[in-house]
Design a binder for this molecule. Structure first.
Ligand code: XIL
Length: 338
């Protein structure tokens, strides 16, 4: 009996199951009127029951980490591939979770055919419209928010960055993408999404100017996504000021790709610093009336883009590689509870 109890408790601890459903991030966030979500990768979603179980238990929102990107969903000029995206949508709907869509226009993860097919402005506009009509139209009414344009600002100049879309169409590719997306799903919230633009100054100012211009032109943009790929010592104090000026433009905010990378192998000090950043980001979102969601880019250190892209860094997410809750998890939960 005693042994069974111990084993039961152990199993519970290993599975990461919370004692009470109301203690999950999902429930705590709902009580505060925001969504907490995570980006999902296909392989663990299909193969690892602990991944799928943790995801639906802890998160009220999902976004495909790669499945809705051009190279994944539109691999040939004349062929779309919807299986992965459909599966994500079905999983979210089966578990009462909201969906974000990522992304419709980006300079990366484009199929090779794209460059050949967008040599003139007219061609490029036609290809862009077909893609947005098809993808946004397919999931019409089922995706609450789309990252319509991703990472359009150059890191060093603050101008529009080199991209096949800028070359083929000119700067108004951005406005066109928003208009096409709005026609395809008038109810979806449409976002401009970028990194290193959460604060005031530098890229944060460039994004602010871009979206201000779009609002003034009457372009149907609803929000700004702060990717939030942060470091253990990221300066977060000015996120509030940036959020407030975006609110003044009538725009919402979502933290769309949050992770806080630290040096690996990580120690307790690194985890503690990381937890502080997570708490500050969560507190900032709660304090901003226009902040709708906090979405982490993955949720377990077992499946994260960070180690592959930032050598020497990792351990960036709220769950460890065995789906145990890290101090970062507790920090988010505690901030949501306050
Ligand atoms: C990353 C994915 O996590 C990786 O799996 C993929 O190989 C490359 O892209 N900004 C974005 C995301 O907007 O789409 C990127 O996702 C991370 C940076």
């Amino acid at each position: 009996m005693r042994k069974a109890l111990v084993l039961g408790t152990l199993a519970l601890a290993l599975s990461g199951a919370p004692a009470l459903a109301e203690d999950t991030l999902r429930a705590l966030a709902a009580a505060r009127g925001i969504d907490v979500g995570a980006a999902v990768a296909m392989r663990p979603l299909r193969e690892d029951p602990l991944y799928a179980g943790t995801l639906k238990r802890e998160f009220g929102m999902m976004v495909g980490e790669n499945a809705f990107k051009w190279d994944a969903i539109h691999p040939l000029a004349s062929r779309y591939y919807f299986d992965d995206a459909d599966e994500i949508v079905a999983f979210a709907e089966a578990n009462g979770m909201k969906l974000r869509g990522h992304t419709l226009v980006w300079h990366q993860q484009n199929p090779t055919w794209l460059a050949r097919r967008i040599r003139t402005r007219d061609e490029a506009i036609a290809v862009l419209k077909d893609h947005i009509d098809t993808v946004v139209g397919r999931y019409k009414g089922r995706i609450v928010a789309w990252d319509v344009v991703n990472e359009a600002i150059d890191d060093s100049t603050g101008e529009l960055r080199e991209s096949p879309w800028l070359t083929a169409i000119g700067p108004d590719y951005i406005a066109l993408a928003f208009r096409f997306a709005h026609e395809a799903d008038p109810a979806a919230k449409l976002y401009y999404n970028d990194y290193n633009a959460e604060g005031v100054g530098g890229k944060g100012d460039a994004v602010y100017e871009l979206v201000k211009g779009l609002r003034e032109q009457g372009v149907p943009i609803d929000g700004v996504g702060w990717q939030g790929h942060l470091l253990g010592n990221s300066f977060t104090a000015d996120f509030m000021a940036n959020g407030e000026r975006l609110a003044a433009l009538g725009l919402e905010i979502a933290i769309t790709e949050l992770d806080v990378r630290i040096k690996v192998p990580a120690d307790d000090r690194g985890f503690a610093q990381q937890a502080k950043i997570y708490a500050t980001v969560a507190a900032t979102c709660l304090a901003l009336p226009n902040c709708r969601a906090i979405v982490t880019w993955g949720f377990t250190d077992a499946h994260s883009w960070v180690p592959g892209f930032f050598p020497g860094e990792g351990a960036a997410l709220p769950f460890d590689e065995s789906y145990g809750r890290k101090p970062a998890y507790d920090a988010i939960a505690e901030t949501l509870r306050q």
